[in-house]
Design a protein around this ligand. Structure first.
Ligand code: GLA
Length: 371
């Protein structure tokens, strides 16, 4: 009996010790910001039981990788398909997570018909505004009070900070953003509403984002936050660029979120290379250098890179409200197939077996650091 008790106590201490050295992500950053991840269907349906368990253990916010994009949720005029998104939202709710809606207004993964009339001609401004209103009211309204924050507009800017000439911009004009936020607010006045974009750490684009968002915010448009996607690599953004983005956007009075974080360790092809047949590129060690595993030295470099980025998020946790990774494990990351199909990338904190990488510990290590 005494022996049994001793074993139990020892086991209990070991568990406590293990927990003390390795809190989960959501525990480590509690009180600072939420830590989220983006889910595919197999994960939120729990067919991928291992990933689903990992998500429940580590994260307290979820975003849908694809099921709320226009092409999925509203594939044809007047036809809404909420089946998959309903299961996604249910997964988040039943696990007590902050559920993010992604994305209402974007130029990609949006069917062509959205911008055309029945004869295939470009839609008038009035008709497109009406279509936008219907989409936003229907989708946001469907999840009123359940989806707590929405990416309302995605990627409205070019790299140089000018407005991207998307069909939304060309047909409606630059007040399409104001209208989109207004419609989302009408549909769910208590939801947080975000502008979301990539490369906001690039100086010119950051300047463009401030120029875009400041008048919206100051003019009373119901924008509550800005999502810095964070599709990073080993060089970009620098710590200084990351810090400038987070602090300048935060200074607008907006919540700042890192919404799609991953760090590619693979070379990025230039335009002439990617025009080549991508199948062959994936077989070329120059473009796919680590098909059998990430060497220790790279593992360490990635851990350091993640620690540097999280150092900025922790330092600015007064304005950073959430950090969401774009995917759960390296194996299911979109970066294995973009911008070249069939490579082996290592952009996240969990390896192909769902085991924490060195970068996991280095990220968690930033949580306790004083700045
Ligand atoms: C963009 C979108 C996301 C996703 C990623 C890549 O950043 O906002 O929905 O498509 O690209 O997967």
């Amino acid at each position: 009996m005494r022996l049994k008790l001793g074993v139990c106590v020892a086991f209990g201490l070991a568990v406590t010790a293990a927990r003390a050295v390795e809190p989960t992500l959501k525990e480590a950053f509690a009180g600072k910001f939420l830590v989220g991840t983006a889910l595919n269907e197999a994960q939120f349906d729990e067919r991928n039981a291992a990933d689903a368990a990992l998500v429940k253990k580590q994260f307290n916010s979820v975003s849908p990788e694809n099921v709320l994009k226009w092409e999925v949720v509203h594939p044809q005029p007047g036809k809404y398909n909420f089946a998959s998104a309903d299961r996604f939202v249910q997964f988040g709710e039943s696990n007590g997570m902050f559920v993010v809606g992604h994305v209402l207004i974007w130029h990609a993964q949006t069917p062509k018909w959205v911008f055309q009339d029945e004869g295939g001609q470009p839609l008038s401004r009035e008709a497109l505004v009406e279509r936008m209103r219907d989409h936003i009211h229907t989708v946001v309204g469907h999840y009123k009070g359940r989806i707590r924050g929405w990416d309302v507009v995605n990627e409205a800017l070019n790299e140089d900070g000018t407005m991207r000439q998307t069909p939304w911009m060309k047909i409606i004009g630059d007040d399409y953003l104001r209208l989109a936020f207004q419609f989302a607010h009408e549909a769910d006045p208590s939801a947080e509403l975000y502008y979301n974009d990539y490369s906001l750490e690039n100086e010119a684009k950051l300047k463009g984002a401030v120029a875009l968002l400041k008048p919206l915010k100051d003019g009373g448009v119901p924008v509550t936050g800005v999502g810095v996607q964070g599709h990073d690599n080993m060089q970009f953004p620098t710590v200084q660029q990351e810090e400038a983005a987070v602090s300048q956007l935060g200074a607008l009075g907006l919540k700042v979120m890192i919404t799609e974080l991953d760090v590619s360790v693979l070379p990025y092809p230039d335009a002439s290379t990617s025009a080549d047949i991508s199948k062959r590129l994936a077989e070329d060690p120059k473009w796919n250098p680590y098909p059998g595993g990430l060497p220790d030295q790279m593992q360490e470099a990635l851990a350091k890179r993640y620690a540097d980025l999280f150092g900025v998020f922790v330092k600015h946790s007064d304005v950073v409200s959430r950090v969401t990774f774009w995917g759960v494990t390296d194996g299911t990351s979109w970066l294995n197939n973009w911008p070249i199909r069939g490579r082996t990338n290592y952009p996240l904190l969990f390896d192909r077996n769902g085991k924490p990488k060195l970068a996991f510990a280095s990220v968690v290590g930033t949580a306790g650091k004083r700045n």
